[in-house]
Design a protein around this ligand. Sequence first.
Ligand code: TXA
Ligand code: MG
Length: 351
Amino acid sequence: MVTDVVKIDPLAPEAAVIERAAELLRRGELVVFPTETVYGLGADALQPAALAGIFAAKGRPFSDPLIVHIAEYATLEALTSSIPAAARQLAQVFWPGPLTLILPRGERVPHIVTAGMETVAVRMPSHPVARALITALGSPIAAPSANRFMHISPTTAGHALADLNGRVPLILDGGSCDVGVESTILDLSAEVPLILRPGGVSLEALRAILPTVRPPVKRETALEEQAQKAPGQLSMHYAPAIPLLLFDGSEEAMRTAMLAELRQHRERGERVGVLVADADLAAFQASDALVYTLGDAAYPAQVAARLFASLRALEEAGVQVILCRNFAAHDLGLAIRDRLGRAAGGRIIRV
Ligand code: TXA
Ligand code: MG
């Protein structure tokens, strides 16, 4: 299969391009499209055969359920068997946007979407291309991130092409994703609302509307056991192809420990990639490592937007190891720490 990459205006998507993509989806084919979080690999959420194609293209196990994307609140009623008051409240504030709600599954949702579970994940994206595509199709779109299974989520069309070339007929190129990390997944199917995956809507923002929201279970204490409970949330889910050492501590301590670690790898003649913040750059100037900054550590939204692209860039540059600093947990920092922790796969050095 030849994969076409077609540019589309992210703010005012061209109707002809949207119609071409919608027609492919109607015929049961797959289309990669931009959302405000990451690129999605979409299929018509009501066509089971098309949905099977998603799992084949990604190399993803059927045990990992999909998020259903909608463009209008009214569609939620068709996808769920009941809508708790909390869902209405949260949707009013955070939709369209990077929040996914886990709700009781409606009868029309195919089992392949929910991995056989009685809950369904629903989100209303804010990206104009995603919204236009769902509307043109006239059906909700099921879409995981448009990467091969276990790889880093794509934040550009180029990333999606690198992973899915020859596996999908069409990639809509709407430029870089603004948020840069995936949506926050909030489980509203149980008594206490629980974050299953921190993401583009912060814990603080959710609590301002729903004070009972519980933060995600700490990875350090849960790890693999928790992975079994939230399908698809394997701790290695976001792993780059090369080892990543994550340093966690005060800015000064992280810098010192990273410089020491860097020296050791250089003495062995290894090519080293370094991921830091703007304020750390000077300390690494004299080193011959490949040094990338994720931006100003005081602005987690900026760091989140650059995170996945930087990991992919270091991967492509062929470094043998990545040394990365950690970031504070406030705001989008919770999602950043989660993704870096997964990328490190347990290789966390507390300093
Ligand atoms: O920002 C995002 O959420 C992106 C864009 C494309 O919308 N999508 C995304 O999808 O990240 P994916 O498939 O890569 O991650 C969705 C995760 C799954 O791994 C699964 O753990 C969880 O959502 N999920 C889906 N349905 C669920 C359910 N019924 N219960 C618990 N977790 C669910
Ligand atoms: Mg994913």
